[in-house]
Design a protein around this ligand. Structure first.
Ligand code: AMP
Length: 345
């Protein structure tokens, strides 16, 4: 027992309330609802020891964030984790890091005692007390949904779209979880959905490594006082115009995720153009132009996408309604309810 304590396995670090309060103060400036949903001790409760982490190969990379596969020593033995860390030590990177940590803690706190599978990536722990800081997540061996879609070889396989819509159902459930907490994800897209070993889609990436696909998927915003990379083609009109994000703006991005599924991971293009500036994008959306119906996409599915892209946020479907409509669509596409997630690639 003494050895376990000394090696830190039993030694639970006392929450550093000074540090926690400072971070909470910063979060409150950004997101009131998020800051309010955190219970005292939220940071310390998840703290793990750096010496229990063995970082492994790089699995994701961006200008601000890095993701490594790693092993965490726990009571039950070694656990495979994805360890996210900041690469550039500036205030924006740290803000993103703590925002992601805070959201994941809030989601897990809300689910306390609820043992149904969540569709938000599972938080394993946080390492915030060492110079190198980490967010430790369950490791999803199948990687992200975008890569998964792009690796599909047999595009004409029976039931392919119906099966893939199962992943969309999972993400509609993740949006319901976030809606309950009144938290907007801000970057719902296939690249930010992970597929677990049991073929469950989980929403991930609440802030870091967002420039991995910077060339076509993120555009630098130079509004006065703001300089960040934004996922323009996934963003709701009002988010582009005012910088405001809500659960309804996540629904808009979800519509683009449906389009990515229906095209097996194509890069969205408007009006035949891949790259658009902020002003061009606003002009196009204001004219009522939207992503086109992908070849072979059922009319009902495209109608659902279009409803996610309505100008007025309140008129977009709720995540519950989306889930219901997707389940109906799926039943129509998979009459015998064949669920074959494992065999679609
Ligand atoms: P993210 O910052 O979450 O977008 O991570 C960048 C990339 O790292 C993702 O696109 C994945 O390929 C990989 N990645 C992130 N988290 C995990 C995880 N929990 N399990 C496996 N791969 C991950």
């Amino acid at each position: 027992m003494a050895i376990l304590y000394k090696t830190g396995i039993l030694a639970c670090s006392a929450p550093d309330t000074g540090e926690e309060d400072k971070i909470l103060f910063e979060l409150r400036k950004m997101e009131q609802d998020l800051a309010q949903s955190l219970q005292p001790g939220w940071l310390g409760r998840w703290e793990k020891k750096i010496k229990h982490l063995t970082p492994g190969p790089l699995i994701g990379e961006g200008m601000f964030g890095l993701v490594r596969k790693g092993k965490l020593r726990t009571f039950e033995g070694e656990l495979a984790v994805a360890a996210k860390t900041v690469r550039v030590e500036d205030s924006q990177s740290y803000r993103d890091f703590y925002r992601e940590a805070a959201i994941l803690v809030a989601v897990h706190q809300q689910r306390d005692g609820d043992y149904r599978e969540s569709n938000i990536v599972r938080l394993v722990g946080l390492i915030t007390k060492s110079a190198e800081k980490y967010i430790l997540l369950e490791y999803a061996p199948k990687g992200d949904l975008l890569g998964f879609l792009r690796r599909i070889k047999n595009h004409n396989k029976d039931g392919l779209l119906g099966n893939l819509l199962g992943y969309a159902v999972h993400i509609a459930r993740a949006l319901q979880e976030l809606e309950r907490l009144r938290i907007a994800h801000r970057d719902v897209a296939a690249r930010n959905v992970l597929i677990t070993a049991d073929a469950v889609a989980k929403l991930a990436d609440f802030g870091l490594a967002r420039d991995v696909y910077a060339t076509t998927q993120y555009v630098r915003c130079n509004r006065p006082g703001i300089d960040e990379l934004l996922p323009l083609k996934w963003m709701a009109l009002e988010s582009i115009e005012t910088g405001e994000y809500t659960c309804q703006s996540d629904v808009w991005s979800f519509g683009v995720l449906l389009w990515e599924i229906a095209t097996l991971g194509k890069d969205p293009y408007y009006d035949g153009r891949m790259q658009l500036s902020f002003l061009q994008m606003v002009g196009i959306l204001r004219q009522g132009i939207r992503l086109e119906k992908p070849p072979g996409c059922p009319e009902d599915l495209y109608r659902l996408m279009r409803s996610c892209w309505r100008d007025v946020p309140d008129t977009r479907p709720t995540p519950e309604e989306i889930e219901e409509r997707l389940l109906q669509l799926r039943r129509a596409l998979l009459p015998h309810d064949v669920i074959e997630m494992e065999t679609v690639v």
